[in-house]
Design a protein around this ligand. Structure first.
Ligand code: AMP
Length: 567
């Protein structure tokens, strides 16, 4: 009796040592082969960095990805090599995703908004051998190129006649390489567990850490995410990721769209509202994805120009909690469903979503909004658990707050080239869990609500205050553009909230009005002990509030106030 039979308690009468179904490896190249053969005429529409709009079919995308695989093979790239990209959302970057991973190399997407020291660090850490980059990033890399001894060639993603002159050693033009390469290429059939892409976290402390996705994790993530109760992407969809392809693979959309045969709309570097609006209208986009700040700006633009987006039915929002004011305005003014997502670089990233199921659609407005400001429910494959400080399981009762742990086939089991990390935990059944660093509540129906990052929660007199809830309440005020809350040390209460506000342009709101607005919506002990108006807030490379900068400066504000001149 083999081990599988033993585990399940005996011989069920079949020889389980022989599989009766075909065992086919899951390869990223098959996604594009499928789209090219089954949805060959479906388009990828790009706003090019050169300024014009480019349209081509999945069939052409496949041909050019094969050309890239040939070009990289000629440059000496082998299975397992790390090939870097530093590029916006364009068809050329899409070809890199498929050409590089398809040939068995690792597509190492590099976030250009990281500090240059971090970029230098991750290129060394990943031992990146070739870098494909948009021309706009050439000046960023030139000053450090002399340190990057491992990079054998730089390939600039640009038309031949626009190739910039550069001091980068061995700089090649992408389109010249394309012109010289054959589209005859047979993708290697490798194990599903072959690494396919690499993305570094944009950590605010310490060095960035690498997350190495496999072909299998990428495809399973795409299967789960395109489902009706998830992003609901079909061959009728027109999808525009407004999340950059240089961070967590644009939430998997470059894989999900070809799997579904959906039209893919890529905004290039045009992430500003006017450019997005133009592209939404041109391509009749119906699903967009991005972080809350993008959409707060976008609806400001729609409002001030008296515009609507009739083709859009869903905006998927993740990376940070969506404020209720955003949910409400999208619903009431634009008829758009804000679909909440929670995930991390470490979870590929999609893990929980709040889809507009029939049940959700038929809820009362306020109950529906409550779902939309939560993180939604886990996708099939993802398990979630909340634990206390001693790693004891807490109930899913909608009340208990705990450290959120996750597991699943597209959650990392270790960081790249980092043998030890505190973030992993084995339960009493020897199952591995990843500590997300978030504090969450889970209710009886399985809805997860993120209370805060564990390190951002404010501990006031033994009780917790969620900085996220405070911030999202504050930005509900029409004159407040952005808000950030930190816990500052307090002689009596241990910590008390300190609120920073950036006003909308020309707004006249003062401290008293802020307090009036918040006291109508929050319990008294949650009200911040002070409000500071700033002209801008610090952000990380992925657009999140960089609280560490404010904490370093203001954590002693209530014990030793910062001088007026320092504010
Ligand atoms: P990153 O790896 O840069 O994508 O950051 C992941 C972190 O973003 C998570 O651990 C959360 O703290 C935060 N985050 C992502 N989605 C949400 C959400 N829907 N609500 C609240 N926080 C979120």
């Amino acid at each position: 009796m083999n081990s599988l039979m033993k585990k399940h308690g005996g011989d069920a009468g079949v020889n389980v040592s022989t599989a009766y179904m075909m065992c086919q490896e899951l390869m990223i190249s098959d996604l594009l082969e499928y789209a090219a053969h089954v949805y060959g005429r479906k388009e990828i529409i790009t706003r090019r960095l050169e300024g014009d709009t480019h349209r081509y079919s999945y069939k052409e995308a496949l041909q050019r990805s094969k050309k890239l695989a040939n070009a990289l093979t000629n440059l000496g790239v082998k299975i397992g090599d790390r090939v870097g990209t530093m590029a916006w959302n364009t068809y050329r970057h899409f070809e890199c995703y498929y050409g590089i991973s398809g040939m068995g190399a690792i597509c190492h997407t590099i976030n250009p908004r990281l500090f240059i020291e971090q970029i230098d660090y991750i290129i060394h850490h990943a031992e990146t051998s070739i870098l494909l980059l948009d021309a706009c990033f050439v000046p960023l890399i030139e000053p450090i190129a002399s340190h990057l001894e491992g990079i054998k060639a730089y390939i600039v993603l640009i038309d031949e006649d626009k190739m910039p002159s550069t001091s980068l050693p061995n700089a090649l033009c992408y389109e010249a390489l394309m012109a010289d390469s054959s589209e005859e290429y047979v993708w290697p059939q490798l194990s599903s567990d072959t690494p396919a892409s690499l993305c570094y976290t944009s950590g605010t402390t310490g060095n960035p850490k690498g997350v190495l996705y496999t072909h299998r994790s990428t495809i399973l993530h795409a299967y789960a995410s395109r489902n009706p109760d998830a992003l609901n992407v079909s061959s009728d969809s027109v999808v525009m990721p407004v999340v950059p392809m240089y961070h967590v693979c644009a939430w998997g959309i470059p894989y999900i769209a070809p799997m579904a045969g959906a039209t893919l709309v890529l905004p290039g570097s045009g992430m500003e509202s006017a450019q997005l609006y133009e592209l939404v209208t041109l391509a009749s986009v119906d699903l967009m994805l991005g972080v809350p700040t993008i959409w707060l700006r976008f609806i400001d633009y729609l409002r001030s120009h008296n515009l609507g987006v009739p083709t859009v039915h869903t905006i998927a929002v993740g990376g940070a909690a969506a404020p209720k004011s955003l949910v409400e305005e999208l619903d009431k003014q634009y008829g758009v469903y804000l679909l909440p997502i929670w995930g991390m670089t470490e979870t590929s990233p999609l893990a929980t979503l709040g889809a507009k199921t029939h049940e959700v659609a038929s809820m009362s407005t306020q109950a529906r909004y409550a779902v939309q400001v939560s993180a939604g429910k886990p996708l099939f494959g993802i398990e979630v658990s909340i634990l206390d400080e001693r790693k004891r399981k807490l109930p899913h009762d909608g009340n208990s707050k705990g450290f959120l742990f996750v597991r699943g086939p597209w959650v990392l089991n270790r960081y790249y080239k980092l043998e030890k990390a505190d973030a992993f935990f084995r339960d009493d059944q020897d199952r591995l869990w990843f500590d997300t660093g978030d504090i969450a509540v889970i209710d009886e129906k399985g809805y997860v609500s993120i209370v805060d990052r564990a390190k951002d929660m404010i501990k006031s007199g033994g009780e917790w205050i969620s900085s996220i809830d405070l911030e999202n309440t504050a930005v509900g005020h029409p004159e407040i553009k952005e808000a950030c809350v930190i816990g500052a040390r307090h002689p009596k209460w241990e910590e008390r909230p300190l609120l920073f506000i950036v006003k909308q342009p020309h707004a006249a709101i003062d401290k008293e009005q802020v307090y009036q607005y918040l006291s109508d919506r929050l319990v008294k002990w949650w009200l911040p002990d002070d409000v500071i108006f700033l002209t801008a807030l610090p952000h990380t490379a992925t657009g999140k509030l960089q609280k560490k900068v404010l904490r370093d400066r203001y954590e002693n504000y209530f014990t030793k106030p910062v001088l007026e001149s320092e504010v």
